[in-house]
Each structure stands twice: as C-alpha cells, then as structure tokens.
Design a binder for this molecule. Structure first.
Ligand SMILES: Cc1cc2nc3c(=O)[nH]c(=O)nc-3n(C[C@H](O)[C@H](O)[C@H](O)COP(=O)(O)O)c2cc1C
Length: 371
C-alpha cells in the first residue's frame, strides 16, 4: 500500500486531486481537522475534505481518510460520529503535529507523553463510529524522546485502531534528516496491527531502503510526492506491483519521474482549481509553494522558480508559466475566502522545507506557508 500523507497548508484537496490523477496512490489522509471543545458543523468537514461530497474519493477514485486532531476524547468522539455520517473511507487520529499552537492546547505530538490519554482518545472514537469504519492513528516516535513510543503504539492497538502510521522522528527531531526507519521496525514488532512507515522518502531508493529497514509493507509518502509526483508510480514499477489509482500520465512508471513537459499541464490544472477556490491574493503563493518543492527533483523547476518568484499577480504567473496552455476555465478573479487554509492552525513549520532558504526564498516561503 502507498498512502499520500496529510500535509496541512500544502497538500489540500486540490493537490490531492492532482497527485492522485498521476497514479500509484492507494489512499489519502486529509490534513487535520482540529477539534477543541465544540461539535463542528458539517461544512467544516466538507470544506477541508470536499471529497466527502463525492463518495469520499478524489476524482481519480482514490479514497480519502479524514484526520481529526484534538485531546478531548469525548469531544473527538462526538465529532467523529458526525464525520462518520458523511461516510468517509475511515477516520485517522493525529498524534504527531509539532506546531506550538496545537501543542499548547494539548494536541498533536505532546500527547505522546500521555499514552493513557492516547488510548482513551482512540477508544472513544472507535466506540462512537460504526464498526465497519476503519479508525487509524498517525504518530511520531515520541515528543521529546522515544521513551513512551511503545506504550503509545500498544495503547493505540489496544483501543481498536486498525492501522498505525509511524513518522520516524520525535517532535524534538522536527524535520531534520534522518528519519529513524529502524525505530519504526521496533514499533512494528511490538504490535500486531498494520504499521505504515513514513518520513524522509524522496526517491525510489529511499523507499526501498525504508521498507527494508522498517520491515513494513506499506509506506506513506509526503513531501517526496509533492517534489516528484511520479514517485508512487515509479515505486510501484520498481516493486512490480500494479497501480491502484488510475494513471492518466503515460510513461511515468517506466521513466521513474514525469518529464517536465508533463508536469506543466498538471501544474496548469492545479492552478485552475486554485483560481476557482482560493482568494486572489493567495493564488500565486500556492503555485509557487509547489514549484518550490519541485526544485528538489527538477532542474527546470529551479529555473522556473527563479523566473516567477517575484510574480504575485495570478494572471501574469499563469501567462509566464503556461502561456497558451492556460486552462480556459480559470476565471479572471478567484476568491472564496472560506476555502482558504487557516494559517493559524498550520501544523508544520518552515523547517519542513527541504532546503536552506536565502532571504528571498525565505520571503517567498513565508508567503507560501501563510497561503
Ligand atoms: C507542511 C506540512 C504539513 C503537515 N500536516 C500534517 C497533518 O495535517 N497531519 C499529519 O498527521 N501530519 C502532517 N504532516 C506530517 C506529514 O504527514 C509527514 O508525516 C511528514 O512530512 C514526514 O513525511 P515526508 O518526509 O514523506 O514528508 C505535515 C507535514 C508538512 C511538511
């Protein structure tokens, strides 16, 4: 199984749509929906996971599991029950977010200091939703250290989760390489449920090594898929397994990465969606954010990024990047503010970006993260 990682502020439904069309992904997990002390209205779930209005799948037919983040078992359970009415493919629980705002309110990775509470949360959610609906969890190796790593994993299993994704770093490790795939193996050996390995997989070689070192059969790909949308297909080709998602881009499986010429229409399609759904002032930032990641895999993206990094007008950006290939359906003005990602809840920080940033890039990254 190859899963597409949740990435709040980066991998939203528009990029999920784009990446799952390339193919090779079996399932997605949505970015987190934060639960504090209220029963959220349905529209919050469908805004973050609009696939819920479409059978719980991306347009390429790949199922999307919705992720909840919070620390109050009862409130999470009530929200999970409401979410279940929208018939998601499953519900995932976040025990890995390192963001200060979230951690201050006792959510995300800090919960890994409290295995009993982690267990209570999973158990409460499991009880609140129909038995056929999978409940899974995603954790880091710990908060400050790995001391309670196995207690957490065992609590998650005992509480009835069917699957556990392990990002092979503690919160303290942040996003600094390496990810400790050998520690994922330690977790896998301690529980009987499926463990999915995650963290720092950028290439097929990384993926094969991660599978070997963790002993897992499933991987979750995050930034690696954003930097190289052909990665899941290329991995499948290397493993000799067939893609579960549909592939609309020919040749990816054999080439190992999509040629840059095929990336441009993908980006144009993504930007057309952005222009329909995101406020005008944030549109250029969304595309440049993706381009920023693509630089890691494509030398062409570096040149392109340098050409467009100061362009903030969506029309000019589209013209510069896509010229005549611009999607004719893109409206001249975008702007549904409601569809904007709430930057205040952004889970991950700049250090998730894989390159050191100079001051220009820093400025861009700030705009991007805020988008
Ligand atoms: C910008 C960003 C946002 C993220 N948001 C979430 C999130 O909403 N929920 C979650 O469980 N993990 C989140 N993560 C963590 C990723 O799912 C993943 O565990 C991490 O990036 C390591 O995998 P990778 O090296 O393949 O990217 C986020 C990571 C990044 C970089």
């Amino acid at each position: 199984m190859i899963l597409l990682a949740p990435m709040e502020g980066l991998l939203d439904h528009m990029l999920r749509d784009t990446l799952t069309r390339v193919g090779g992904v079996d399932r997605c997990v949505s970015e987190f929906i934060r639960v504090t002390d209220q029963l959220l209205p349905r529209r919050v779930f469908t805004r973050i996971v609009p696939e819920l209005l479409d059978g719980g799948r991306t347009r390429a037919g790949v199922p999307v599991r919705a992720q909840l983040l919070g620390s109050d078992p009862q409130c999470l359970a009530e929200n999970a029950a409401r979410l279940a009415e929208l018939d998601p493919e499953g519900i995932d629980l976040n025990f890995g977010c390192p963001a200060k705002t979230v951690n201050r309110h006792r959510g995300g990775a800090v919960l890994l200091d409290e295995p009993e509470l982690v267990g209570e949360i999973v158990a409460a959610v499991r009880r609140a939703v129909p038995a056929h609906l999978p409940v899974s969890a995603k954790m880091r190796l710990g908060n400050e250290d790995r001391e309670r790593m196995l207690d957490c994993a065992r609590a998650i299993e005992a509480a009835g989760a069917s699957e556990l994704v392990v990002h092979g770093r503690t919160k303290r490790d942040g996003y600094k390489p390496p990810a400790y795939w050998d520690q994922i193996a330690v977790v896998r050996e301690a529980v009987a449920i499926d463990v999915v390995a995650n963290g720092e997989v950028w290439t097929v070689e990384d993926a094969l090594r991660c599978l070997r070192e963790s002993g897992c059969h499933s991987l979750m790909l995050g930034r690696g898929m954003v930097a190289d949308p052909g990665l899941a297909l290329a991995l499948r080709a290397a493993l000799g397994t067939s893609a579960a998602g549909t592939s609309s881009v020919e040749g990816a499986a054999t080439a190992g990465a999509l040629p840059w010429a095929e990336m441009l229409p993908l980006m144009a399609g993504f930007f057309a969606q952005v222009r329909r759904k995101v406020a005008t002032r944030h549109q250029a930032g969304r595309l440049k954010q993706w381009l920023h990641y693509l630089r890691r895999r494509y030398p062409e993206a570096e040149d392109t990024y340098q050409r467009v990094r100061t362009i903030n007008a969506p029309d000019l950006l589209a013209l510069t990047l896509f010229g005549d290939a611009l999607d004719p359906q893109a409206p001249p003005e975008g702007g549904d503010e409601d569809d904007l990602v709430d930057a205040s809840t952004a889970c991950e920080a700049d250090d998730a970006l894989d390159r050191p940033t100079d001051s220009d890039q820093r400025q861009d990254s700030d705009t991007l993260i805020a988008a």
